[in-house]
Design a protein around this ligand. Sequence first.
Ligand SMILES: [Fe+2]
Ligand SMILES: [Fe+2]
Length: 211
Amino acid sequence: MEVLCGFTEDELKKKLKRKLDEKRYIHSVGVAYTAVSLVMRHAGIDKLEDGGAELINLAYTAGLLHDCAKCLEDDERDKLCRSLKVDVSDFEREYPYLIHAKLGAALAEKKYGVTDERILNAIRYHTTGRAGMSFLEAVIFSADFIEPHRKQLIVMPAARTALYEDLDYGVYVILKQTLKHLANKGQAVEEHTLEAYEYYASLCSKKLKEA
Ligand SMILES: [Fe+2]
Ligand SMILES: [Fe+2]
């Protein structure tokens, strides 16, 4: 596989190892390979001229980089948001763990030399999701939830099975679980996540009715 950024795969991995703690680095590699497996399952690669090589490389690169801004100290994070002109919403100020997605996209572009907007959007929306995600966005959003090192939540086997059967339905299962988890914690739902839930719930209800 190839990484689609300003560095070789070895250089990129070395950089990420320095910027992430060990658990986060292992998770990122897990997301990269899980994303590749979802591409191989769902992208119809036997019908593509390049045998899916481009999509595989996009997924691998986005997976490796998706949490590149996750392990920053608060000061460093805020400084980078200012210098890279990342708009932080009031909601993100209240729930700062969300910022790493947007900031990660900015870092991927400015510090890691990613120029492909598909990768940048997959990083940007990997935490919240959004309505009508692109194939790559849905793949990274899903791989982030199910990669093999993730905690074995009760929903995990169902989410994993769903995602390898039907990507949209799998995304719906994850969003439903996310809403349940946030409600249990008494936490508000970010608008993109809510819109994503409504979108995928409606998409899947149509599919279920048609079936
Ligand atoms: Fe993340
Ligand atoms: Fe992640």
